[in-house]
Design a protein around this ligand. Structure first.
Ligand SMILES: CC(C)(COP(=O)(O)OP(=O)(O)OC[C@H]1O[C@@H](n2cnc3c(N)ncnc32)[C@H](O)[C@@H]1OP(=O)(O)O)[C@@H](O)C(=O)NCCC(=O)NCCS
Length: 290
């Protein structure tokens, strides 16, 4: 049976399935509730068998104007029984009701069955995100900042400057489709919820910014955006910020860092690999006309 996930218990069941399929990218019931309040066009579905949740479906607006994200996940033991197809039918009908220009979905490179499943429904790859992880030893050291640069914790008085720098950086992301940065308040809520962000300052001006985002999985943190002002690139600022994040995470007992970046982002990829991050299977963004 497929039904809408409405209550907190429903959303908790949805999060559990999500986390069992992608444990490194868990979601929380609070996040799902908050986002649905903000975006009432969202739809969350649960597929149940004998009152146990075995699959989920999500429709959500994306960062890209006119594109609706559609996500289907079915527990491995319950695949090839039409549950995903039924979920997708409901999700696609709901998404089309929003009159989008395209539907998109995200599939792991390591999951050829799911790629083929999406292809059979008319989805085609349009970009890839690299996933990289770094296991922490615990004794990672904070870097010496590049000359003339001071590395500081981002405090609320620096939030506006960090948002402006994020806007500049988003313009430079090598993406196949245009994206729109969310409004300041939403950005604060989604990207600055902590545990900590750092800024690179030169003469009182922010020239670099990098944030760590909490993940609802033990010992794990995710790197948010890393950004350096166009005028200050190739001076080691992003590398120093990321090293500082690594040292901070190690000292605070975290054991693993995860980061996602566009596979065409040569700069960020080079920095991550030089810092010892190891590539995992990529995430393939696929889309189709509605
Ligand atoms: C990616 C970004 C953060 C790099 O910042 P930066 O401060 O210039 O990076 P660093 O100076 O620490 O780079 C260190 C090394 O990484 C590599 N690197 C950095 N940028 C590169 C680029 N554009 N092309 C190829 N290699 C690059 C180089 O090996 C560089 O060392 P070098 O300058 O001695 O050759 C910056 O270009 C930026 O803000 N881009 C827009 C936002 C973005 O893409 N963020 C990442 C999204 S996930």
């Amino acid at each position: 049976m497929i039904r809408e996930a409405k209550t907190r218990a429903d959303l908790a069941a949805l999060c559990e399935i999500w986390a069992s399929i992608t444990p490194r990218e868990p979601m929380t019931t609070e996040q799902l509730e908050r986002r649905r309040e903000r975006q009432p066009e969202r739809l969350y579905l649960l597929a149940e068998e004998e009152e146990h949740a075995v699959g989920l479906g999500i429709v959500a607006p994306s960062d890209s104007p006119g594109r609706m994200f559609v996500g289907v996940r079915v527990l491995p033991g319950f695949r090839r029984r039409g549950i995903g197809a039924d979920l997708y039918k409901r999700l696609a009908a709901h998404a089309r009701g929003q009159e989008p220009e395209s539907l998109s979905t995200l599939v792991s490179e390591a999951d050829p069955d799911s790629i083929a499943w999406a292809e059979r429904r008319g989805f085609e790859e349009y970009q890839r995100q690299a996933e990289l992880v770094l296991e922490l030893r615990g004794d990672e050291q904070a870097p010496a900042p590049p000359g003339g640069i001071e590395l500081v914790e981002v405090t609320p008085d620096l939030h506006k400057a960090a948002y402006e720098l994020t806007q500049e950086a988003w313009e430079d992301l090598p993406l196949a489709v245009p994206v729109e940065l969310s409004a300041f308040e939403i950005w604060l809520e989604e990207e600055m919820s902590g545990p900590i962000s750092f800024a690179a300052m030169e003469d009182g001006e922010m020239v670099g910014f990098a944030g760590l985002i909490g993940r609802d999985a033990p010992g794990l943190l995710e790197h948010g955006l890393t950004a350096t002002r166009r005028t200050h690139r190739r001076r080691g600022i992003a590398t120093a910020l990321k090293q500082l994040e690594i040292a901070w995470a190690a000292v605070h007992g975290y054991r693993e860092l995860i980061t996602f970046t566009q596979d065409r982002n040569q700069g960020m990829q080079a920095i991550n690999l030089a810092l010892g991050f190891v590539a995992k299977p990529a995430w393939i963004s696929m889309r189709r006309r509605p």
